[in-house]
Write a protein that binds this ligand. Structure first.
Ligand code: 6R9
Length: 652
């Protein structure tokens, strides 16, 4: 996305929302509900808690504090999330409704599950986990392709009170090992292999590599047969799901969980150090995703809803699995990729499954936009009623293409801003309540109080630009970093005391619309995947010939941001093609293919202050080919480094 495209978003005219008599939220209702949510948060969230079946109703609502940091919602309530997602719909007579439609990597490879069938599958899976020795509070690592058993495994964990840690199937064995070790997980759920875009992803082999190469011993690895790939099974440790499942009870009761009992850990990148295990708990998360799904997607019974995110990301957790099931929706899960077998795959699937609500990422939209309108026009998208975007800023050009070509300029587009740490949608226009502004996420969701602050923490009023903070807690907020509460406090609550700092920069316009401008920390967003530049740097410096590395993001037409690596070699070493290949391979090995560098820029030196700090601001500008506004370089220990870097950039 180009800088210009991003900055003109504020000037984009508002587009009136379509009127809709059936909507859950009219403009007046939004205004009233939002005001009520701030005037009487406890009253508002007590009411929303009725979306959930509690085995013991909470008498408290919000008991959170940002200083000291202690986040608690509904803390004396008791519930089970799996019961809420599955059993209660069956008990209420809706067992025949479709819960999931799954389509594999190969077009037309389809499997559906009713709520009845899902209940049976989840119970069988939960019984299998119990048989393996999993107990309440145990961490279960789920390293799966996008298959039904991935979602079923999550629900099964929730059913028995185990904490799931889903690791995206695209992560390397190294990255997987780090995530297994960090939460001391003794159980792994995986598949023989996955399929993406016609290519096999060797998941079980990756698990073996992660465990063997790192000397990690786990109690059990449960393997779902999916592709039929030939794999090695370690006697006593590895079990085929289809074999164990036949020996276990067909029913498995729901474990009553305290509202603040952990539900899941999800690793996400920050500006420093290793990925953090963001922890979400049960009650508040349930209320938050149930409420946000209901209003943001304006879901109506019987509709087919499709979120294209993988369950390895928070979007897959909240809006492919938990949010839709809590609302008794039909959720489509897709194993493959948008450009396989061709660029009309998404639209072909929308037509065949009669998708009403479609939610995807800007990177996919930009990639499909490049293919022109023909692949979209070939398909009947008349069932679509609402389309959404998530994961990174969407440039107005892509937004308009999406609305015109996919939405026929007739249906609402929602651009939903949120984070792994927020659990669910925080800022979005509501589909029939708000006018849309291409490039702006829009208005705060109920209960959310965004604040824009300057570098010193002063709150800025009116139309302005600043760092985005949230003033008070909301039910879906992450509670801690697993095993490291200090890091949680340091990362999110120490920059601006008493506020949650998102790490995002943001503009607010005259109408009070929020437009996220991107990360202001050392996190980059590549195709909607969050990555710490420090993680890529750590991988690069593992190479024996590398002395130092500095990684920054740069604008990329399709990915939003690309990965630009400045690399300094040891004295006497010279760069060559082979080394470039080795470094790319090293990053893929340490993190995964999503972190593959786009550019390697070998340089004899990095720009540093006299105290030895790398001046990333300069590196970012140079990567952006913006040499005119490098700012003050006089504090550099050796200002001549900059000229060499510019000359080097021209050569990249
Ligand atoms: C849900 C998710 C979070 C970061 C976030 C921000 C960026 C997400 C966005 C957006 C602009 C949107 N982001 N949605 N930026 N507009 N609609 O993506 O979570 O993977 O944790 O990433 O993504 O920079 O801070 P996560």
């Amino acid at each position: 996305m180009s800088q210009d495209a991003a900055t003109d978003a504020q000037a984009e005219p508002l587009i009136a929302p379509p009127e809709d008599a059936q909507t859950w939220c009219t403009p007046t209702q939004y205004a009233e509900l939002y005001a009520a949510s701030l005037r009487d948060p406890d009253g508002f969230w007590a009411l929303q808690a009725d979306r959930i079946d509690w085995s013991s109703k909470p008498t408290h609502v919000d008991r959170s504090s940002f200083d000291p940091v202690n986040i608690r919602w509904y803390d004396d309530g008791e519930l089970n999330l799996c019961h809420n997602c599955v059993d209660r719909h069956v008990l209420a007579g809706h067992g025949g409704d479709t819960a999931f439609i799954w389509e594999g990597d190969a077009p037309g490879d389809v499997r559906s599950l009713t709520y009845d069938a899902l209940l049976a599958e989840v119970q069988r899976f939960a019984s299998t986990l119990v048989e393996m020795g999993v107990r309440k509070g145990d961490r279960v690592t789920i390293y799966m392709p996008m298959v039904l058993e991935g979602a079923i495994a999550m629900l099964a964990c929730a059913r028995i009170g185990a904490i799931h840690s889903v690791v995206f199937g695209g992560f390397s064995p190294e990255a997987l090992a780090g995530r297994i070790e960090d939460c001391a997980s003794r159980f792994i759920v995986t598949a023989d292999a996955g399929m993406r875009g016609g290519k096999t992803v060797p998941l079980k082999a990756n698990v073996d590599a992660a465990l063997d190469q790192h000397g990690i011993s786990v109690d059990a690895v449960l393997v779902v047969r999916h592709t039929g790939a030939d794999i090695a099974m370690t006697q006593g440790r590895d079990h085929w799901y289809h074999e164990l499942a036949q020996t276990v009870p067909a029913t498995c009761p729901c474990e009553p969980m305290g509202a603040e009992d952990p539900l899941f850990i999800l690793y996400t990148s920050g500006s420093t150090g290793k990925p953090k295990g963001v922890l979400h708990t049960t009650g508040g998360y349930a209320v938050w995703v149930a409420t946000t799904f209901h209003y943001a997607f304006d879901y109506r019974p019987g509709e087919v809803y499709w979120c294209t995110a993988d369950i390895g990301w928070v979007t897959g957790h909240s809006y492919s699995v938990y949010g839709p099931l809590l609302n008794r929706a039909t959720s489509l899960l897709f194993e493959g990729v948008p450009n396989h077998p061709d660029h009309s795959r998404f639209w072909d699937m929308c037509e065949r499954h009669g998708v009403n609500i479609f939610y995807t990422a800007p990177t996919a939209i930009r990639a499909l936009m490049r293919e022109g309108e023909a692949p979209v026009e070939k398909h009947d998208l008349s069932a679509l009623r609402l389309i959404g975007s998530v994961g990174e800023p969407i440039n107005p050009e892509a937004w308009r293409w999406y609305r015109r070509t996919v939405g026929k300029d007739a249906i609402p587009v929602i651009d939903t801003w949120w984070q792994t740490e927020t659990g669910g949608i925080m800022i979005t226009t509501l589909p029939y309540a708000h006018a849309m502004r291409p490039g702006s996420a829009g208005m705060p969701f109920f209960g959310i109080q965004p604040e824009l602050v300057d570098a010193d923490g002063n709150i800025l009023d009116g139309a302005t630009e600043g760092n985005l903070c949230i003033a008070a807690s909301w039910p879906g907020q992450a509670r801690t970093v697993y095993g490291d509460h200090d890091r949680f406090v340091q990362t999110y609550f120490s920059t601006y005391k008493g506020k949650y700092f998102t790490g995002d920069g943001c503009k607010r316009d005259e109408q009070g619309y929020y437009r996220i401008t991107g990360r202001v920390d050392d996190v980059i967003n590549v195709s909607g995947h969050r990555m710490g530049t420090a993680e890529v740097e750590s991988a690069l410096v593992l190479h024996p010939r590398v002395a130092e590395a500095a990684v920054v993001g740069f604008p990329h037409d399709i990915k939003g941001q690309g990965i630009y690596c400045y690399v300094t070699l040891n004295v006497g070493e010279a760069a060559d093609q082979a080394l470039a290949g080795e470094l790319k391979a090293l990053v893929r090995k340490e993190i995964g293919p999503i972190a593959t560098p786009d550019h390697l820029h070998f340089t004899p030196a990095l720009p540093k202050t006299r105290s030895g700090k790398i001046m990333r601001r300069i590196l970012r500008k140079i990567a952006e080919n913006d040499f005119g506004s490098l700012g003050d370089t006089s504090t550099l220990a050796d200002p001549s480094v900059v000229d060499a870097l510019i000359a080097g950039r021209r050569a990249v």
